[in-house]
Design a protein around this ligand. Structure first.
Ligand code: TRP
Ligand code: SF4
Length: 328
């Protein structure tokens, strides 16, 4: 373990994981477990940045997210799995880092600017929302991570983390390495309405969905928008259903769908039924594990406690160094 490089990544517990999260993050994390010393956590304090007014569902989301993560292949034996708020040291480091982070860096942050421009149904004027990347920097450098597996949208936050680490080291001596973003390839699949798959668009397929639910969601998917009637030829190259076939359907069937779609020999209803069935089958092992962990809440609690205790030990050591460096 000692010679493995350490990586850290987190997810906000704002709802169940969907196929986009599975393909874009979780499957990747699961694969990285053998190669790296992995710290994966549920960023519940970060969930407050947008949802501080009503926190009632956060405990439920944390439990369900841990079940999703375990079912998607994360292993408490291989990785350190924990909940951010169980490690109070993150809050102390966040405070210290906030003292040395120029506000202009945060105001320039592209995700901040985008969300301020796009989101109108939530009040984002809070100090904590502006300081989101400072807390994220604390999460990452606390464990002296070498790398941070993230999607492209999070790269600016890792960049700010590097700048904050550099600035800390400049003032107080070298305590922190500068972490690298390890870019996760994001899947081409979209939500059922062809927008980015997202809980807030209500267009997602969740890994916890029942087979019936998956079938009915797939039935509602928008296909090739040019194909109005079954007798019209379709174009799989621009069809979201076909992107799913590329991931979940065997090559032979996929190739024949490709041809039959273009000659109108297959209709979208049938095509979707085949895809839904393959997707349901592919998610079967995850569904089974979800049931296993869902039936064992005490086990899930125990995994959270044990992982958080492991993470806390590392965090405590880092904070001793930080306090000695800062002299407070
Ligand atoms: N900001 C990340 C997201 O929304 C979640 C997150 C919080 C995170 N802290 C982190 C990711 C530290 C990587 C490392 O996806
Ligand atoms: Fe898409 Fe399949 Fe319909 Fe072709 S037949 S447009 S690939 S859903």
């Amino acid at each position: 373990m000692a010679d493995k490089k350490r990586i850290v990544s987190g997810m906000r517990p704002t709802g169940p994981l969907h196929i986009g999260n599975l393909l874009g993050a979780l499957e990747n994390w699961a694969k990285m477990q053998d190669q790296y010393d992995c710290f994966f956590f549920i960023a519940d304090w970060h969930a407050l940045t947008s949802d501080y007014e009503d926190t009632r569902s956060i405990p439920k989301h944390i439990r369900n997210m841990m079940i999703d993560l375990l079912s998607g292949g994360l292993s408490p034996e291989k990785s350190t799995l924990f909940v951010q708020s169980h490690i109070k040291e993150h809050a102390e480091l966040f405070l210290i880092l906030s003292m040395l982070t120029p506000v202009s860096w945060l105001e320039r942050n592209p995700t901040y600017k985008d969300q301020m421009a796009q989101i109108s149904n939530k009040d984002l004027s809070a100090f904590g929302f502006l300081g989101y990347p400072v807390l994220q920097a604390a999460d990452i450098i606390m464990y002296k991570a070498y790398g941070v597996p993230v999607g492209v949208d999070q790269v600016p936050h890792v960049e700010i983390t590097r700048e904050i680490a550099r600035r800390f080291n400049h003032f107080y001596g070298k305590v922190f390495p500068e972490p690298e973003a390890i870019l996760t390839e994001t899947p081409k699949i979209l939500g059922i309405d062809r927008r980015k798959m997202s809980k807030s668009y209500n267009n997602a397929i969740y890994i916890s969905d029942s087979p019936d639910k998956i079938a009915s969601t797939v039935a509602k998917m928008i296909t090739d928008p040019q194909r109005a009637r079954k007798s019209d030829p379709g174009n799989p190259d621009i069809c979201n259903v076909f992107e799913f076939h590329k991931l979940y359907t065997d090559t032979e069937t996929k190739d024949s769908i490709n041809n039959e779609c273009r000659t109108a020999a297959i209709g979208c209803v049938e095509c979707k039924k085949i895809m839904a069935q393959n997707l349901i089958t592919a998610l079967e092992p995850i569904r089974e594990k979800r049931k296993y962990y869902g039936d064992r809440p005490a086990l899930v609690e125990d995994i959270i406690t044990t992982g958080s205790n492991k993470a806390r030990k590392v965090a405590q050591r880092t904070m001793e160094e930080v306090r000695a460096a800062v002299k407070i």
